[in-house]
Design a protein around this ligand. Structure first.
Ligand code: NAD
Length: 333
């Protein structure tokens, strides 16, 4: 069977070829669209988020039966057109929920124990001193989790390991999960004042824009930490700055900033870089958040581990093998 891999790096191609040795490969590092001229007899495509699958693209490849996108998002593929043409499409539904959860916990520990401040002082001054570095234990503290989906539930299991109490908020509560891990779902208004650490794991939607705003920040303990590894727009940055500067909040760990704008799929950073990298450089130079000692900002890197990257390719290989053995998986169309 003939497969064409678009937007593929040499390393990715080597992995796919090594694990799908029965297929006849062609490949290109470039995006694919209706204008791309390939062998018209190809039967499978493996693409990424920059490739557009439209009616025009499908018309060029009448033998096409299957598209494996190496991404979670699939809005670069016209699913209606694929359905009409009887082309099945599979995606990579998840590649590392625990990867992002581990990073959220990294931020929690770095802030609660002032790890970054300790390292920074020692490197800059050579002072082997813990003056002003007193932290707090996580054991017996309350973790407020906003969003108990794929990532949030991993944060819950980790928090249990630290003997933390858990409160959660999610419009779609998972009662079984709550029973299994012994936590309660409460309203945001109950969660925020009761939590020592609040961590956000919800998608950015028009309904979640500034989910944490001035009013909700005012409900939090003045010692509490706010962690956001989801999307910048979930938190009102200006209100956060004021709360931190006026010492109405203990600290913040942010892997995402509102200024990043709309981000679809983290893994597109690996191929195309951050879409706002240049603007962000200028902007960050003056960003007040970066200047606060109780704030850690990281460059949207919670997803980025070797294992996470490999899982994308492994799932793609599994998707292709499942299709070949007539038991397709992870189908979105
Ligand atoms: P998910 O869809 O599995 O879970 C999201 C949860 O949020 C669901 O349980 C949903 O019911 C809940 N939810 C929806 N609206 C809500 C609201 N208004 N209030 C509270 N909860 C609400 O998603 P996930 O895989 O856990 O990912 C969460 C987010 O993490 C993603 O949307 C993405 O923005 C972000 N993310 C960041 C990185 C990174 O590198 N920083 C990597 C991957 C994902």
């Amino acid at each position: 069977m003939k497969i064409h891999c678009a937007e593929v790096t040499t390393e990715e191609l080597n992995y796919l070829q090594a694990n799908l040795s029965d297929l006849e490969f062609s490949s290109s590092p470039d995006k694919l669209d209706g204008e791309t001229a390939l062998d018209e007899t190809i039967e499978m495509l493996s693409i990424f988020v920059g490739s557009e699958i439209s009616e025009g693209t499908l018309r060029r490849y009448p033998n096409l039966k299957f598209i494996a996108t190496r991404s979670t998002g699939y809005d670069h593929i016209d699913l209606n057109v694929c359905k009409k043409a009887k082309v099945k499409v599979s995606n990579v539904p998840s590649y590392g929920e625990h990867t992002v959860a581990e990073f959220a916990f990294g931020l929690i520990l770095a802030l609660s124990r002032k790890i970054y401040l300790g390292v920074d002082r020692l490197k800059k001054t050579g002072e082997f001193s813990y003056d002003d570095m007193q932290g707090f234990d996580l054991k017996n503290k309350t973790l407020g989790i906003i969003g108990t989906g794929k990532i949030g539930r991993h944060v819950i299991t980790m928090a249990k390991g630290f003997d933390m109490s858990i409160l959660a908020y999610d419009p779609y509560p998972d009662k079984l999960l709550a029973e299994q891990y012994g936590f309660r779902y409460v309203t945001l208004e109950e969660l925020l004042p009761a939590s020592d650490v609040v961590t956000i794991h919800v998608p950015y939607l028009s309904t979640t824009h500034h989910l944490i705003d001035e009013t909700r920040l005012a409900l939090m303990k003045p010692t509490a930490l706010l962690i956001n590894v989801s999307r910048g727009g979930l938190v009102d940055t200006e209100a956060l700055l004021v709360a931190l500067e006026e010492k109405k909040l203990g600290g913040a760990g942010l892997d995402v900033l509102e200024e990043e704008g709309h981000i679809k799929d983290e893994y597109s950073f690996l191929k195309y870089g951050h879409p706002q990298a240049t603007d962000m450089k200028v902007l960050l130079a003056n960003h007040r958040l970066l200047k606060l000692p109780n704030v850690l900002v990281t460059p949207h890197m919670a997803f980025y581990t070797g294992e996470g990257v490999e899982r994308i390719l492994k799932t793609t290989v599994d998707n292709i093998q499942a299709f070949l053995s007539k038991k397709p998986q992870n189908l979105v169309s």
